[in-house]
Ligand binder design. Structure first.
Ligand code: C2E
Ligand code: CA
Ligand code: CA
Length: 406
């Protein structure tokens, strides 16, 4: 969830009026620590004075003294660890070039925004910030050691829970998403936000993903033997998309399970996609050639990678839950939801709304033309053994949920 109260936000623009508007918009969104600068040098001095990970910088490109491109270079030099949103009143191509430059300096760019900036765009840019730093991730990462996690993966302490994806029009279950948990010997069930980052940092993510893929395929095969055919979606980390043999390893696991490749979908997070689009493109294209499904996850949190959507052969788009729950009553949430759905339609992608938490969300999404829904309202993530009993209950609920015209 967004923790805007503790996020430090620096806004830099030489135009006092623009600066004032941005600061007010950010405050309205719930940012409690906003600092305004008319000169980039002054902002840089503040950033140089301490740690920068919980920081977001909104920076204008055209400024008389130190301009945005120069600031980007300095941010690279000081190892700025927060996120950057570039803002410009100029040609979109300049913005694109500045963004690539920032990425080449290893900076995390959440957004490239044309003036005037809307509150929705600001909110999305900030959402990106929250996604990259799940609350408490750092504190917990220190709690578990990499050796302990490696043993957990090898010692089969990972368990996989499943959350159904259902058709909004009919209620039919099209598949499930696999969500990993760590059945820790003393801490009971530990959630992925607390160890995925650790796995990525210590080179364990390939092994972890492989374990989840194998378990997920085993579980849907056992369901198929009981007469229920489902697709299963597994989350992959961007770090999985750097090893060029990843598609072959996945295809091998599918072959060994005896399931068709089309029964596996990989969910990839959009915000992480932006970092190294070329290496990822190679791997994703080969996965697609093997008929493995590709889903773009958490969509809406990183608008700047939209152009890459055209290049990567996705077949499904999942709208992030931040733009789903309460879209019926929050105008800016709804704008992002509707924009995402209409773009998905143009690109011929199936759409999934995640985070459907109540009947109002369900009714609103039915009316919006989204294909599939996932969320607590339908089913929480549950063990494979609990899926069939849930399905019986769901079939009883479905009639009333799909008869009403929303
Ligand atoms: P995600 O891919 O966005 O998965 C959906 C998360 O939202 C899950 O959290 C799920 O329990 C939660 N959720 C589902 N419905 C609702 C709802 O109606 N409301 C709300 N507020 N939340 C809902 P979970 O299981 O804690 O997973 C967190 C994240 O960890 C996942 O986000 C995914 O990015 C990552 N993850 C999970 N399993 C794996 C894995 O095997 N490999 C990798 N690399 N990442 C994983
Ligand atoms: Ca997912
Ligand atoms: Ca998601």
């Amino acid at each position: 969830m967004l923790d805007l109260a503790s996020l430090r936000v620096l806004v830099i623009d030489d135009e006092p009026f623009v600066l004032k508007v941005l600061v007010r918009q950010l405050a309205n969104l719930g940012c409690a620590q906003v600092f305004a600068f008319e000169r980039a040098q002054d902002a840089l001095a503040m950033l140089e004075a301490g740690p920068t990970h919980d920081t977001m910088v909104f920076c204008d490109l055209q400024m008389p003294e130190m301009d945005g491109v120069e600031l980007v270079r300095h941010l690279g030099r000081i190892g700025f660890a927060g996120r950057l949103a570039l803002v410009s009143g100029e040609d979109g191509r300049i913005l694109g070039t500045a963004q690539r430059l920032a990425q080449a300096h290893d900076l995390q760019v959440s957004a490239a925004l044309n003036k005037p900036v809307t509150p929705e765009q600001l909110r999305a840019a900030l959402g990106q910030q929250a996604a990259a730093h799940p609350a408490g991730a750092k504190a917990v990462a220190a709690r578990y050691g990499a050796d302990e996690l490696a043993q957990a993966i090898r010692g089969q302490q990972l368990v996989v829970h499943y959350q159904p994806k259902v058709a909004l029009s009919t209620g039919a279950v099209s598949g499930v998403e696999a969500l990993v948990r760590w059945n820790h010997p003393t801490d009971k069930l530990v959630y992925p936000d607390q160890f995925i980052g650790l796995a990525e940092e210590h080179g364990l993510i390939d092994e972890l993903t492989h374990a989840v893929v194998v378990q997920a395929l085993t579980d849907i095969r056992s369901l198929r033997e009981q007469g229920w055919s489902l697709r299963v979606a597994v989350n992959v980390s961007m770090d999985n998309l750097v090893a060029l043999d990843f598609p072959d390893r996945v295809a091998q696991a599918v072959a060994q399970s005896g399931m068709p490749t089309s029964s596996l979908v990989l969910e990839i997070t959009e915000s992480r996609l932006m970092r190294d689009p070329l290496a990822a493109l190679d791997i994703l294209t080969r996965l697609r050639l093997k008929r493995i499904g590709l889903s773009i996850d958490d969509f809406g949190t990183g608008h700047s990678s939209l152009s890459q959507l055209q290049d990567i052969p996705f077949d499904e788009l999942k709208v992030d839950r931040r733009f789903v729950h309460q879209a019926h009553s929050d105008m800016s949430v709804r704008a992002i939801l509707e924009g995402s759905l209409s773009m998905a339609r143009q690109l011929d992608l199936h759409t999934v709304a995640e985070g459907v938490e109540d009947e109002r969300d369900w009714a609103f999404l039915r009316a919006s033309g989204c294909d599939l829904a996932q969320g607590y309202f339908i089913c929480r993530p549950i063990s494979v053994a609990a899926l069939l009993p849930w399905h019986l209950q769901w079939q009883a609920r479905v009639a009333s949920l799909t008869s009403s015209t929303a």
